[in-house]
Design a protein around this ligand. Structure first.
Ligand code: S6P
Ligand code: ZN
Length: 194
């Protein structure tokens, strides 16, 4: 039988005191996701910068269990587009997720397979509910790390391939000092897949 357990988030970074899995995502693992391909290649030629890190607590990946983890997205831009996560649908599409903002400023960009999209602000103390079926990507629009806690069904799984192939419909960019949500010119619908 499992026993209850607890964890502390150690600030100022927000890193959990205990975790089982550490994921580090560098610029090279986001190839094709940033809109400005030239800016991407130039940046990568200089350094394979760390874009974000995830600290996860493992549990059996079966219905009834929950997974949770802290994501930390570093500040920066590729061209005029803010650093962001790869983004994904859950492989078990009918699974939801809750994000709780711990640190920093950002946006959660969401979209449905049918084409609807949404954007929610991320900031400390803010709870964002991601209903089943919505793909989600987190974007750091601030000057410091963006950290948040995520809680989701342990059987959710991750479908990264769909987003890698078609991209998100919306990008979060800086234009004339303003944070803007704009159309992704490289986005294509699922039926246009190569
Ligand atoms: C998992 C949850 C988060 C992300 C993390 C990194 O369902 O949404 O823990 O995994 O923020 O993003 P990504 O898109 O690389 O998994
Ligand atoms: Zn998720």
């Amino acid at each position: 039988m499992d026993t209850p357990f607890a964890n502390d988030l150690i600030f100022p970074q927000g890193i959990p005191s205990k975790y089982d899995n550490y994921v580090i995502r560098k610029l090279s693992s986001l190839r094709g996701q940033f809109n400005n391909l030239q800016a991407y290649e130039q940046m990568l030629a200089k350094e394979d910068t760390v874009i974000y890190e995830v600290y996860e607590v493992k549990r059996p990946e079966i219905p009834g269990e929950l997974l949770h983890g802290v994501s930390i997205i570093h500040p920066g831009k590729v061209g005029n587009e803010f650093f962001m996560t790869k983004g994904h649908f859950h492989a078990t599409l009918e699974t939801a997720e809750v994000y709780y903002g711990l640190k920093g400023q950002g946006m959660l960009v969401l979209e449905l397979p049918e084409g609807d999209w949404a954007v929610e602000e991320m900031r400390p103390g803010r709870v964002v509910y991601i209903p089943p079926r919505w793909a989600h990507r987190t974007v750091n629009t601030g000057q410091e790390d963006l950290a948040f806690l995520a809680v989701y069904p342990a059987n959710a799984g991750h479908d990264y391939g769909t987003i890698e192939d078609q991209g998100f419909r919306k990008l979060v960019v800086e234009e004339n000092g303003q944070i803007r949500v704009v159309d992704n010119p490289h986005w294509h619908s699922p039926d246009q897949r190569s």
